[in-house]
Ligand binder design. Sequence first.
Ligand code: HAM
Length: 418
Amino acid sequence: MIQNIRGTKDILPETIYLWQYLEDKFKTIADLFGYKEIRTPIFEKTEVFSRTIGENTDIVNKEMYTFKDRDNENITLRPEMTAALVRSVVQHSLDYNIAALRLWYFGPFFRYERPQKGRYRMFHQFGAECIASPYPESDAEVILLANHLIKSLKIDDYTLLLNSLGNSASREKYKSALVDYLNSVKNNLSEESKIRLEANPLRVLDSKDENDIKALENSPAILDYLDQESAEHFNAVRNLLDNAKVNYTIDNRLVRGLDYYNHTVFEFRSNALGAQDSFGGGGRYDGLINQLGGKDTPAVGFAMGVERLLLILEALNAMPIKPNYTDVYLVITSDENLQYAFEIANTLRSRGIRVSTEIKRRKMKGQFKEADKLEAAYTIVIGDTEFKERKVTIKNMASGEQKLIQYEELNEFQFQLQ
Ligand code: HAM
């Protein structure tokens, strides 16, 4: 038997309603905030990601599914959307001058990570990106959108972590202070952090290694290095969130795993998840559009892991009720009655009633078993008498009540459906 690839999952018909429930919410909430959907290819030229996410990040270094196609072109299965979306915005010269570009997306992403609970090689993200504004109200807007979604899913056990990486001048000043500090505790750092210290020092702050965490106890805090412009921006974002009564925790070690961020960064974490506790994150990326060949344009956004949202819903018992897919099961007792049964099925379907018919030519018992399995609200039996007299027998499966009516009455029949 051929099995699926490690780190991927089949979403089976039994649980598809959970995904449809989430997809509905994504669309509804994005609509509420005036965001339009965008869909781009799931693979891109490798440089779309390698240049923007950063040559020294885990994603680019270790996790990208990159291959050469038959034309010897370097192709990468998208590990995230932001860079791909910006590629598309620049390529099509989507206008962000008259109206801000507010975009959302949902789809599959690929990272070659070690699979574990909440971490897969193919996973899904819902995200939103707001392109056009350098002002803190757009940072606050995307955070509010994410928060609105989380609340609408009835998730209350989560933390929003907030930090600022400042503008590039502030960040350079901080980086040099951090490098000095890290060099002073270098002997206590893990091998991986020693490498990061050379290649991408901010990422050392992200380490989960216990020794690193200890060594970082007295590290300088980035918020102390923000210049006036950066500090004002951050305070304004905080004020907007405070006024909107959004709870958050300042975490001056939060740097995020992608290089394109400046100013605000944020992450949503939940205790319901275990080791992979971050279920969403984002921030401002003012340089990215220019980097991909567009005009210098500020932007901010976030993405959420859909599998992780589902794990939280499950842990919190906040799953939606499983829907029923069949209103009527049509029991057909002989081949002779088939045409008549199909006529009935079509009449009902044109009224919007969901009908399944017998297609295995079984005895009545087998057909009623299927009706039970489908949890059909009604069965309609087409036997010889019904066929000859153009009647139907309708049975309400919950009450057991049964009625023999004329075919013509079927149009007015009041089905009691949830
Ligand atoms: P990210 O933090 O790399 O950010 O990913 C966002 C979310 O995707 C994570 O919080 C997590 O829930 C989910 N995720 C990431 N990797 C995996 C995995 N291997 N398995 C399951 N879920 C995963 C970004 O991707 C940025 N593009 C977010 C952004 C948008 N920043 C600005 N705009």
